[in-house]
Design a binder for this molecule. Sequence first.
Ligand code: RET
Length: 278
Amino acid sequence: MQPANALSLAVNNVPLELTQAELFEYVFDDPLLAWSFVLNIALAGLTILAIVYLGRNLTDPRAKLIAISVMLISVVSISSYSGLTSGLTLSIIEMPAGHPAEGMTTAGEDGVLTMWGRYLTWTFSTPFILIALGMLAGSNWTKILTSVAFTIAMCVTGLAAALTTSSLVMRWWWFVISSIFFLVIVYIILVDWSAEAQATGTQDIFNTLKLLTVVGWFGYPILWALGVEGFAVLDVALTSWGYSILDIITKYIVTMLIMFYVIEEPPEITGGSDYGAS
Ligand code: RET
């Protein structure tokens, strides 16, 4: 006789994939995990409202562009966390042979809970962080778009690392590629933009943002390696809280610092009414 519980349903001994509804239920059965998602939806929403309020009197088009860029970080974030909360961007992934989480089961299914929606949506959120930082530093669009291209490459290869099930070596190979792309971004921020911010006169705010960004961003690969995707030292809920806390620093705190600076429309960051007109 088949068991009544859909989580353990099996047809000819082949377990069925968990449905989205079951993943949704799984998330809310673990309040620690659920809160790590829901808190970020609330914070992203509040950040958007704060930006709208603080930016209501902005007149300079370049200052507005920076404000819009930081707003888009939270717009992506609210969508990202809604995807995770609903189960849409979560999957149970079977780890390859030799992985420390090999043979683990989650909700009766072989594999571990992978929050792949995170890696996917960073592809869309991190570019806006870099656009805002690059503009504050007074950098040019060649360097800003280079950093954007590399962050997209970093996130997509990070997604590949998380979803590769064929071989442990290939998972870590993707991790290495992604880390190399990451180092390009770190170089642009620490070397190019630091010097440019100095010349632009935005070094004070930029140095604070640089510290939060570089230190915060290094936390992500470290968490990946310690979490269930890598060496599996941390469980899923702890890993998720780790990412959620890093997100609070690298997105909402960075955003608020940028907004408080930008609303004064200092001459270092304004472009004048002709900015972007031609
Ligand atoms: C991964 C794993 C592969 C190696 C590296 C990673 C780096 C991720 C980073 C993410 C930053 C995300 C932010 C999101 C804000 O919305 C993909 C974890 C290097 C740096 C700032």
